[in-house]
Design a protein around this ligand. Structure first.
Ligand SMILES: Nc1ncnc2c1ncn2[C@@H]1O[C@H](COP(=O)(O)OP(=O)(O)OP(=O)(O)O)[C@@H](O)[C@H]1O
Length: 259
């Protein structure tokens, strides 16, 4: 079943066509890679998919329990719709602990009101206990449990990236968007992350879309890849189809399509 459809999507910034005439479908349960040279429009696409940017024209449709179109997108509501993301430039609460960062992500799932919280009613404590238990499980999955009381800013870069993913998962998304999850990681960390992404997809029953420049990660775990160049979608297919596509080779290496 299609979890998301993009129809004739355009986004311009003044005279710059950052994303132009995009048509694509994401099937439930896939890991989809979005690749392309710098400035190809990948992050703009993510910002459109998460309501940060409004399309200049075209439409995005999420097929969750009820369909949501891009007209009703609000970035702060995306988690409620079942969409969570990470950012190219890590966005953590740097002066909060690791535990509190992930608890902030979990906050969207809390179903008590202000009064329950103010007067410390039983449902407040029940929700808090449940949140703590689930967040601790997540921290264990990401190997961050032993560091739970450290400030996020003190974590090495690779672990900050993992923490951002853990926080996104705490929102209990159905669709997870990862913007360059391996950026700044060393080869060992990238290898671990590659396995972790596949593992969390199965464990949390997710559909994942990731932007990534590390081709070995993309080719290993993505069932489908979409390739962008100058804002246009120039190819879509399996890793093998993409590797052998002359337009993709040209976009990355330049020169003639036959090279
Ligand atoms: N807010 C903005 N205002 C003006 N131009 C923008 C804005 N955001 C992106 N652009 C332009 O749109 C084009 C696509 O940029 P985008 O960041 O989406 O590419 P990208 O594929 O994510 O690149 P990278 O791999 O370097 O992150 C670029 O020409 C960029 O300069």
């Amino acid at each position: 079943m299609a979890i998301m459809k993009v129809n004739n999507l355009h986004k311009s910034f003044g005279g710059v066509k950052a994303v132009s005439d995009i048509q694509l479908t994401i099937e439930e349960g896939e890991i989809v890679g979005i690749i392309g040279p710098n400035g190809a429009g990948k992050t703009t696409l993510f910002n459109l998919l998460t309501g940060i940017y409004r399309p200049t024209s075209g439409e995005i449709i999420y097929n969750f329990d009820t369909s949501i179109t891009s007209k009703s997108f609000k970035p702060h509501k995306m988690a409620k719709y079942g969409v969570a993301r990470t950012f190219q430039n890590i966005r953590l609460f740097k002066n909060m602990t690791i535990l509190d960062n992930v608890l902030m992500g979990y906050h969207n799932n809390m179903n008590y009101g202000v009064l329950h919280s103010l007067f410390r009613l039983p449902s407040f404590y029940q929700n808090e206990d449940k949140a703590n238990d689930e967040v601790i499980e997540l921290l264990k999955v990401f190997d961050l449990y032993d560091k739970r009381d450290e400030l996020a800013k003190n974590l090495p870069y690779g672990e900050q990236r993992k923490l951002e993913i853990a926080r996104a998962l705490a929102c209990k998304p159905r669709l997870l968007l990862l913007d360059e999850p391996a950026a700044g990681m060393n080869p060992k960390e990238t290898k671990e992350l590659t396995s972790l992404i596949t593992w969390i997809k199965d464990k949390f029953d997710l559909t994942i879309i990731l932007i990534e420049h590390d081709m070995s990660l993309v080719m290993q775990i993505c069932s489908k890849i979409f390739v962008f160049d100058y804002g246009k979608l120039i190819a879509g297919g399996t890793p093998q189809e993409i590797q052998n596509n002359p337009r993709v080779i040209k976009a990355y290496l330049g020169g003639e399509e036959s090279c």
